[in-house]
Design a protein around this ligand. Structure first.
Ligand code: MF3
Ligand code: CO
Ligand code: CO
Length: 272
């Protein structure tokens, strides 16, 4: 039964997905998670991000799907690979991964017209205590955002929870890039800031809304720099280490359903 609700005046109801549309999004999220699981054991010292990109593209096309990043606003590769002080949108290249690097692989796939989008930060070899700490805090920030979700909650609840955690832990929660609604388009309303932004109060996560949470967490200050002359790469302004995790989530009457859960990836509560 659908609950009868009176919404506060002026609240914004984002695009609601029908059952059939939700099935399309579930399939896209599931495949995207499968792709991350496929890439997981390929991340190693000496491997280049171009090699990972090629593997991701072949796996995706081999399953009859489309790498969404390829050609998106001119992005030249199939996945984003963001190493160490790169906040997001790193472009795969021929630099081999080094012992001690942390690298975020952000994968997005189009499955039968529906977008799947999720990312993880991976540890390469033996990493420093600082690197371990920021990866842990980024992972925990994502789950703190997820735990703030209840049916009909407001988007601002996500940012409130994550920003509070960031203050407690004395890390920088990036404000210049946000999560987003997702569907037949890569990025759609509502924007999902990871800090409380007043205008998000009116965006309600009613059942049927699909969106991402993807906090970028800096060991130093929250400010970012870039893009570089490649048009994409975003760095921390203070060049501190940064990490990110992303899940795609469907709000349901029973609470959040995470569409991009992996088989072999870190589970909530995981210690890196
Ligand atoms: N996957 C990113 C996100 O989470 C977007 C990457 S856009 C690209 O929204 F063009 F850089 F691929
Ligand atoms: Co993404
Ligand atoms: Co995203």
């Amino acid at each position: 039964m659908r609950r009868l609700l009176t919404f506060a005046r002026g609240s914004r109801l984002p695009t609601y997905k029908s059952e059939e549309e939700q099935a399309g999004l579930r399939a896209a999220g599931r495949f995207n998670a499968q792709l991350l699981d496929f890439l997981r054991d390929k991340v190693a010292v000496g491997v280049t991000t171009n090699q990972l990109d090629r593997l991701a593209e072949e796996y995706t096309r081999g399953h009859g799907h489309i790498p969404a990043c390829y050609g998106y606003q001119g992005f030249p590769k199939s996945i984003c690979t963001s190493i160490n002080e790169v906040v997001c949108h790193g472009i795969p290249n021929d630099r081999p991964l080094r012992d001690g690097d942390i690298v975020n692989l952000d994968c997005t796939t189009i499955v039968d017209g529906w977008y799947g989008d999720s990312s993880e930060t991976f540890l390469v070899g033996q990493v420093s205590p600082d690197a371990l700490r920021i990866v842990q805090l980024a992972f925990d920030s994502l789950w703190i955002g997820i735990q703030a979700l209840t049916p009909y909650c407001s988007v601002i609840d996500i940012g409130t929870a994550i920003a509070r955690y960031g203050r407690q832990m004395n890390v920088g929660i990036v404000e210049n890039f946000q999560g987003h609604g997702i569907g037949r388009k890569f990025h759609q309303d509502p924007g999902i800031p990871h800090v409380p932004i007043r205008k998000s109060r009116k965006d309600l996560l009613v059942p049927g809304v699909c969106f991402t949470i993807e906090p970028m967490v800096n060991l130093g200050k929250k400010e970012t720099d870039g893009p570089l002359s490649d048009g994409w790469t975003i760095l921390t302004k203070d060049r501190s280490l940064t990490a990110q995790f992303e899940h795609q989530i469907l709000m349901t009457e029973d609470g959040p359903e995470i569409l991009t859960l992996t088989q072999n990836g870190p589970k909530p509560g995981h210690r890196f």
